[in-house]
Design a protein around this ligand. Sequence first.
Ligand code: PLP
Length: 404
Amino acid sequence: MEFTQSDKLTGVCYDVRGPVLDQATKLEAAGQRILKLNIGNPAPFGFHAPPAVLEAVVNGLAEAQGYSDSKGLLSARTAAVRYANGKGITGIDPDGVYLGNGVSELIMMSLQALLNDGDEVLLPAPDYPLWTAVVSLCGGRPVHYLCDEPAGWMPDLDDMAGRITTRTRAIVVINPNNPTGAVYDREILEGIVELARQHNLMIFSDEIYDRILYDDAEHISTAALAPDVVCVTFNGLSKAYRLAGFRSGWMVLSGPRTHASSYVEGLNILANMRLCANVPGQFAMRAALEDDSGAGDLVLPGGRLHEQRDVVWKLLNDIPGVSCVKPKGALYAFPRLDPDVYPVTDDERLVLDLLLAEKIMVVQGTGFNWPRPDHFRIVTLPDVDDLTDAVGRISRFLTAYAQG
Ligand code: PLP
């Protein structure tokens, strides 16, 4: 008898680790060196956590042998409340904070607790594709609102408003955005909050890159503008604290919880069912949030992340027919390929051909639910020499592609 995958997985995809990575892994097994620019995992590129955070985990190990409370250690949840208060989110307490095995697990829990079959969730295009995948897995219908590239990838509020129906339950905001690097301004966030208010929608605000900001970018938490809207704000240690392997994330519920008591009961059931998040990772949280430096000097002029972002952005824009909005935050660039120069019809094929020809792995734009095959995403984590080499190879590949 054939064992087939569940129908629930129909249409669920996650191309950050998809078929192109499978091909890259095969090439590596055959002895080739592949520069993998597909995933925002800082540690393998030489970024390490603040020593005080590692120390807190080591010191906590003996105590971390058992399960914790299902929502997580009170000390960590209290630190999350303090952090959220510092960002202007009010009316919250540790009871409304849930720790998870990364933000990833919390995305699953938060949507699973809300969605019935056919419920719609508004998601950005492009998005971090886990959000779309989980909405589908929960039986919901992902509905994408466009982000406007010429406007610095800000969400198009008219497009968003036009997609709201009687089935819409929530709006997902990813700010700073993966893959575009956009950091949303107050006016845009106020517009989103107003739509949620008018149509009685929840807001899920994924702010995992809130401390990876460049230039004059200021991060505003959506929930800080929405004390009267039920919001869930997500954050974690994988990026600014370079601790992706610890699987340490949290989410904070805010707004009128009396309107959400059944939802909260659902969340509590799901939190109980998975017992708790990885406890050593929870010990990292308080130390990280109290250390308060986040990505520190790395994002300031002269810092590695800042310099690498500049180099990638400049070199990509130097390629004829390629344009890239300057990322204001996060760890990625999302360049556009002019369709008149590069008439791509299948961008997965394009990145696969790039991998085979140049041993560089990036992710196709449609993997982020961008509707046209004219973008790709590259991470800005490798050092300047590797990035210069990588973009040089991409340029060589594209030149050959344009010549047919
Ligand atoms: N949200 C966004 C926008 C991300 O880019 C990522 C990882 O790349 C995650 C969530 C998942 O992070 P975690 O490692 O906390 O599961």
